[in-house]
Design a protein around this ligand. Structure first.
Ligand code: GLU
Length: 309
């Protein structure tokens, strides 16, 4: 058993601020990565997340996950802002950019390292795929470097990744999560977990393709001895061939529909009818959809009013 984590005052304050916000009411977020424009599936998830926040008279934060700089595309953030505004999905407060929060992530990281919660790992991807022959477990790190006490410096031109020694319960679910990658970048799991806590997010709504990330993010929250955030993973939107939309397949974004002459109420109608909130062919604004759902005591599992309590 490791001793309780003692964090410096400024980090305790950040966690406390998050807890206070979370206790004031529902706080949701939409957190796209600027690797390209949003496709309709991303926008459908944004709509669900926005509706859940608004039904509860809560807060909806727009965060941009832009830490993986090589994957960022010029103009992507501007296009997110345009698309959400055009659809009437307005967020609260300033847009949060992860790239402007590096100091926070590195402070938590140093603290975890100082308290012996991390270890250096020199496993490469190819080594891991050899060690994990069973396809199912490939993503779960088997703990190879956990007890090797490897040094933190550069060796053969490579830095180690920094892994969190997760608790017993998480070892099989998430494995020891990499918090800093071997290329020096803060990992998605770490930045995301720190953000949910310090931004006071009460519920994460995201696509079900990210459901497998949850245990890694919960393992980090546990390591920081914080309460868990609630998660809701929503089904992905499929194209006419039944395949999931993806930015990398250049799935159609909003611009293609705007170019065809569609207006915001057409697109909201399209997304809402795809979710079976309204009949096919309906046209309505995001605000009207919200009002309708509030009035109808909607029992749809995606927007159930259970969250309002
Ligand atoms: N930024 C991630 C993405 O666009 C999503 C992060 C999340 O919702 O946890 O895939």
């Amino acid at each position: 058993m490791s001793s309780p984590l003692s964090l410096p005052d400024h980090l305790c304050e950040k966690l406390l601020e998050g807890n206070i916000l979370r206790n004031q009411g529902y706080r949701g977020r939409f957190a796209p990565s600027p690797s390209g424009p949003l496709h309709l599936g991303n926008l459908r998830t944004a709509l669900i997340s926005w509706l859940r926040a608004r039904i509860c008279n809560g807060t909806w934060v727009l965060r941009v996950d832009d830490l993986d700089a090589p994957r960022n595309r010029a103009g992507a953030v501007e296009s997110f802002i345009h698309d959400l505004t055009w659809l009437g999905l307005h967020w609260d407060g300033p847009v949060v950019l992860q790239s402007q929060r590096m100091g926070l992530y590195f402070s938590f990281l140093s603290c975890l390292r100082f308290h012996g919660r991390l270890y250096a790992c020199r496993c490469t991807r190819s080594l891991l795929s050899k060690e994990n022959p069973n396809g199912l477990s490939q993503k779960i790190y088997p703990g190879t470097c956990r007890h090797l006490n490897l040094d933190w410096g550069c060796k053969d031109g490579r830095l180690p990744s920094w892994r969190l020694r997760v608790g017993k319960d998480f070892f099989k679910k998430s494995g020891d999560v990499a918090l800093r990658r071997s290329d020096g970048f803060i990992s998605y799991h770490f930045a995301t977990a720190i953000d949910e806590l310090t931004l006071g997010i009460s519920e994460v709504v995201r696509g079900e393709d990210l459901a497998s990330s949850t245990s890694s993010q919960l393992a980090i929250m546990d390591a920081l001895e914080q309460d868990r955030v609630r998660y809701k993973h929503v089904p992905l939107m499929l194209d006419s061939k039944g395949e999931k939309l993806a930015k990398r397949n250049s799935s159609k974004g909003l611009q293609a529909l705007i170019d065809k002459g569609l207006r915001p109420y057409d697109v909201i109608g399209l997304l809402a009818s795809d979710l079976k909130f309204v009949p096919t062919g309906a046209t309505l604004s995001a605000q009207d959809l919200l009002i309708d759902l509030k009035k109808s005591n909607n029992s749809n599992p995606l927007i159930g009013l259970e969250i309002a309590s």
